[in-house]
Design a protein around this ligand. Structure first.
Ligand code: PNW
Length: 449
């Protein structure tokens, strides 16, 4: 257990928590919501380890006021949630479903009434199924439908959302959803998935323009990053490391920050039209960084379909996901972004950081999660060290407020500061919730440095 107090953070540093719509809301058939690719995927036999779906999840759609009260007691300055596209435009394009927007209207007002800044992500992987039926992110039209959805959403909420995030982790949606088929929509295209990268980036750029026309609030994207640790010292190992770096860390960031696509295996998608790169590079105000762990890479065996091999990293504690706990990787990553992009890099907010453990109530009904406290303590220290290194980091959001429906892992991975008993939807703050509350209170009282 960490005992030393955390170092102070600069005045105005934003402490928050994150969630996403399909992972917490439930109520998938209510108030005119249409089906998404995750409804379809979760209902397909064999896709989700425990056979669960997001039909109920945390029942947040009906319990949002209780969840906002939990945030108010926690003292967070901001809440990052996602808006379900299939609630707002059930067919993807076409008519706007006012009842779907009403839910987020109520949520945003409840947050503001409790002094919590609403931070809204427009796309956290729940593509309307009718768009998937028309080719999904392989179809360029999806980018235009996204901009229309962004416009309709900002028309309603643009006066009150304090930070807009266009896409969540387009890399993970491309690689796990379209490359390897372990996430919805379950396509297995390997490197033929690159159009999914470009059309998501185009959607982002078009949405930035749509948002600018409706709101004065800052605009961001949330990317997943993983610092690359090359194991082995041959030239082939180094080349494998560079290939993975380009794929995971640069494919979505180079074009966003005006550098075009990086060189790499299959990276020029062939679907890039004249003018697209300028749309993609529309200036953003904040770069959202989702960080979980570093990746070990070495040269692939001969005949491998991939230009790298991913290898486990030894010497770190592991979470219930078997992910290494490596806070040093977060400082390293932030330094890499700072060095690689220099003056082109906007201020960073850590839009996700967290861990899964097998948390359960004890005989007294309390949930103790000292591993999560150690995890968050280490990662907050890493952020503070990166700020000392000269990186402009202005916020940190814990993934997640609640235990929730963890995609292909169903209900088996608990990431929350708050335990959820799924049978009853009962919320029980874990010991990490009290710890984070004290961190936020202490940081707010401290002098700025
Ligand atoms: C992110 N990986 O997903 C998502 O943004 C969240 O919705 C999710 O709950 C959270 O991280 C925890 O998993 C990821 O395999 C999924 O490297 C998979 C990976 C990374 C992030």
């Amino acid at each position: 257990m960490p005992t030393a107090p955390l170092p102070q953070f600069p005045a105005g540093f934003r402490f928050g928590v994150s969630t996403s719509a399909y992972q917490i809301e439930g109520a998938v058939d209510e108030d005119g919501r249409g089906p998404s690719i995750w409804d379809t995927f979760a209902r397909s036999p064999g896709r989700i380890v425990d056979g669960s779906t997001g039909d109920v999840a945390c029942a947040h759609y009906h319990r949002y006021a209780e969840d906002v009260a939990l945030m108010a007691r926690l003292g967070v300055g901001a809440y990052r949630f996602s808006i379900a596209w299939p609630r707002v435009r059930p067919a993807g394009g076409g008519p706007v479903n006012a009842a779907g927007l009403d839910f987020y209207d109520r949520l945003v007002d409840e947050l503001l009434a409790h002094g919590v800044d609403p931070v809204a992500t427009l796309f956290h992987w729940d593509l309307p199924q009718p768009l998937e039926d028309a080719g999904g992110w392989l179809n360029r039209d999806t980018a235009h439908r996204f901009a229309e959805y962004a416009d309709a959403t900002a028309a309603r909420l643009g006066d009150r959302v304090r930070l807009w995030i266009t896409l969540n982790e387009p890399f993970i949606h491309m690689s796990l959803g379209h490359g390897m088929g372990v996430h919805a929509p379950g396509r297995m295209l390997l490197f033929d998935a690159f159009p999914v990268a470009h059309h998501q980036l185009l959607a982002h750029g078009l949405a930035v323009a749509a948002l600018r026309a409706r709101t004065a609030s800052p605009v961001a994207i949330a990317n997943n990053y993983s610092p690359v640790r090359v194991l082995g010292d041959t030239e082939a190992d180094a080349a494998a490391g560079a290939a993975y770096e380009a794929l995971h860390n640069r494919l979505f960031t180079d074009p966003l920050l005006g550098r075009g696509y990086p060189d790499g295996p299959g990276f020029e998608p062939g679907v890039v039209r004249d003018g697209d790169l300028a749309v993609v590079a529309a200036p953003i105000d904040v770069l959202g960084v989702n960080y979980y762990n570093p990746t070990g890479i070495r040269a692939p065996d001969e005949g491998s379909p991939l230009p790298f091999e991913i290898v486990p990293l030894d010497g770190y504690p592991r979470t219930a996901f078997d992910w290494p706990v490596a806070p040093d990787g977060l400082r390293e990553l932030l330094g890499w972004l700072h060095r690689t992009y220099g003056d082109d890099l906007p201020p960073i907010q850590i839009t996700e950081s967290g861990c899964a453990y097998d948390d359960a109530p004890d005989a007294d009904g309390r949930v103790h999660d000292p591993e999560r406290i150690a995890y968050l303590d280490g990662h907050l220290r890493a952020v503070r060290a990166a700020i000392d290194d000269g990186v402009d980091v202005t916020g940190y959001f814990v993934w997640s407020l609640l235990d929730n429906w963890e995609w292909a892992e169903g209900l088996t991975k608990r990431f929350g500061l708050v335990h959820v008993d799924y049978a009853t939807a009962t919320r029980t703050p874990k010991s990490s919730y009290a710890w984070y509350r004290d961190v936020i209170a202490g940081a707010a009282q401290g002098p700025s440095t």
